[in-house]
Design a protein around this ligand. Structure first.
Ligand SMILES: O=C(O)CCC(=O)C(=O)O
Ligand SMILES: [Fe+2]
Length: 264
């Protein structure tokens, strides 16, 4: 894993709200990420509890955007080892400019052959904490291309986001009704080879194209919460009993739910 960041990469991330680190994993590491993801996803889809997948009605439009499997580190030990790596935490924290980082949730996002596009959206407004410094890792497990659904960004929007927005519209441009001023900014596609790591701020507008190919576009992702973040009243993926125990403003510092993977 090439976790050495250049000053230019950090500056690019802070200006644009995303950065692509090409060929981040070695071939052996990529093989390990792929097999852990494939196995953990297969186990999850076969399990009776479908609350952490979006595949209860597989023919629905959103089920055909991607197969989404959340919190695989909780059920797969190989995935836990991958996700709890402090080097990944340090990298995310360095880009985000924070001194400690917790896992919000990991998730596999497998865009199926002929899969629907991922509508433009923001991530952080969906979550149970509000931060200008949340960050996600999106690891390409297949070459991500403009044909199979690579990511696209509206650069710099993490700085001008002020109105939230918690929908992913079926019309992929729905976000721009809330942020008409962002229509002026050219979008940037991020094709990258398998084993590349893409990071984005949870307030950077992003989406992905349709998969026009006959092969899946696999990605393994992890959303991170800066240490010290507090509860904002939204449940999102918090377990019910924990959610019921929280008051707005409480620190989200339970290490079983949001593991602290790195601190300065
Ligand atoms: O993989 C995709 O299509 C979308 C990814 C995304 O929205 C994310 O990682 O936050
Ligand atoms: Fe997203």
């Amino acid at each position: 894993m090439n976790t050495q960041l250049t000053t230019d990469q950090i500056t690019f991330y802070q200006e644009n709200g995303y950065v692509v680190l090409e060929n981040f994993l070695t071939p052996d590491e990529l093989a390990r990420w792929r097999s852990a993801t494939d196995e953990a996803v297969a186990q999850r889809l076969a399990s009776v509890d479908s609350s952490l997948t979006n595949q209860s009605s597989p023919e629905d439009y959103y089920a055909q955007v991607f197969t989404q499997c959340l919190k695989l580190a909780e059920t797969h030990s190989g995935m836990r080892e991958i996700m709890f790596d402090p080097n990944l935490g340090q990298l995310a924290a360095t880009l985000a400019g924070v001194d400690g980082i917790r896992i919000w949730h990991d998730q596999a996002l497998i865009k199926p052959p002929y899969g629907n596009p991922t509508g433009w959206h923001l991530d952080n407004p969906f979550w149970s904490f509000t931060s200008r410094d949340s960050i996600s890792l999106w690891m390409a497990l297949d070459d991500a291309t403009e044909s199979n659904g690579c990511l696209y960004y509206v650069p710099g929007t993490q700085k001008t986001e002020t109105r939230g927005n918690t929908s992913i519209d079926k019309n992929i441009g729905g976000l721009f009704k809330t942020y008409p001023e962002w229509r002026e900014i050219p979008t940037v596609g991020c094709p990258c080879p398998a084993g590349s790591a893409v990071f984005h701020n949870g307030l950077t507008a992003h989406g992905a194209g349709a998969n026009m190919t006959n092969k899946p576009r696999r990605a393994m992702t992890c959303a991170y919460m800066p240490d010290g973040s507090t509860f904002n009243g939204t449940r999102n993926i918090l377990p019910e009993a924990y959610f019921e125990s929280l008051k707005v403003g409480d620190l989200l510092n339970d290490n079983t739910i949001n593991p602290l993977i790195w601190h300065a």
